[in-house]
Design a protein around this ligand. Structure first.
Ligand SMILES: C[S@@+](CC[C@H](N)C(=O)[O-])C[C@H]1O[C@@H](n2cnc3c(N)ncnc32)[C@H](O)[C@@H]1O
Length: 277
């Protein structure tokens, strides 16, 4: 990790600054040591990963190369309509990269995807980033298998710098207000504590920043046949009540918008609280 990348990270336990120390990142405050393996900092403690997070990681680590093809081909079949492209465009417009203004001093804009997976959103981020403005993308994931798949994708990548790291959405290793866009697609319903993840996403977003969360919910505005319901149940077997978690949003967020972007997926967008005067 280069110096600019390192400067963005903090210790996930105490939020102290990190310093490179050979093959690890060491916290200057609590002295915790975090391994870096084959270019991937591991900024979470295995002992804190529990419940559905641990269960779902077995699937992601087991089949990382199948995730993107299944999303592209199987999902439209299960939904009996729509396409991956239409689904993804449905939330990209809420991430609204086109509205990004340059940062003071020519510093790069900072985009964070939580649960980056194999990186299927990276080409869309690159497509929508305003031309001529420096930007850096951060991809955090709990599954090292998915991150390795993403590293393979990045071998031929020519877009904005991408920094990958292993971390847990429940304890993000970033300082308060560190990002200009924050989003997550696909695991909200399996997070062991969705309220905490939404609070973390809001904490690391700069004041007023758009934040976007996408996951499964049967579109309440449509009729569903038995096969739709059966396919949806199969897809969300780990979640007793898959729904848009608007009730878990932290206090002070603004511009809350809940939308169905396909038969099976909601998009929840909101903004981090505005700056205090
Ligand atoms: C359905 S995949 C979506 C991947 C990618 N966002 C996409 O749109 O193709 C969900 C991702 O979230 C990750 N994930 C699940 N629980 C997580 C957690 N607690 N912290 C960070 N990432 C997590 C999984 O490992 C997986 O890569």
């Amino acid at each position: 990790m280069n110096d600019a990348g390192l400067a963005q990270l903090v210790c996930p336990t105490c939020r102290g600054r990190l310093a490179q120390n050979g093959g690890s990142l060491d916290c200057r405050q609590c002295r915790a040591s975090w391994a870096v393996e084959a270019g991937l900092p591991r900024l979470y403690r295995e002992s804190t990963v529990r419940g559905t997070d641990r269960l779902m990681r077995v699937f992601y680590d087991g089949l990382p190369s199948l995730h993107d093809p299944l999303t592209r081909h199987l999902l439209p079949l299960l939904e009996a309509g729509g396409s991956e492209a239409a689904l993804r465009d449905g939330y990209m417009k809420r991430i609204d990269l086109a509205a990004l203004a340059p940062r003071a001093g020519g510093l790069p804009l900072r985009i964070l995807e939580i649960g980056v997976g194999a990186g299927a959103n990276l080409p869309l981020l690159q497509r929508d980033l305003p031309r001529g403005i420096a930007a850096a993308i951060w991809g955090l994931d709990l599954s090292v298998g998915m991150l390795r798949q993403c590293q393979r994708r990045l071998r031929t990548w020519t877009g904005a710098p991408v920094h990958l790291l292993a971390g847990d959405a429940h304890a993000l290793p970033f300082a308060d207000g560190a990002f200009d866009r924050v989003f997550h697609v696909g695991a909200m319903g399996s997070f062991r504590d969705g309220r905490r993840v939404l609070a973390e996403m809001t904490r690391v977003a700069a004041p007023g920043t758009p934040i976007v969360v996408v996951d499964e919910q049967l579109d309440p505005g449509r009729a569903h046949r038995l096969h739709h319901r059966a396919a949806f149940r199969l897809l969300t077997f780990y979640d007793p009540s898959p729904h848009c978690p608007v009730e878990l949003l932290p206090p002070g967020v603004t511009d809350v918008l809940e939308e169905a972007i396909s038969r099976f997926y909601y998009c929840l967008s909101f903004r981090a609280p505005p700056p205090t005067r």
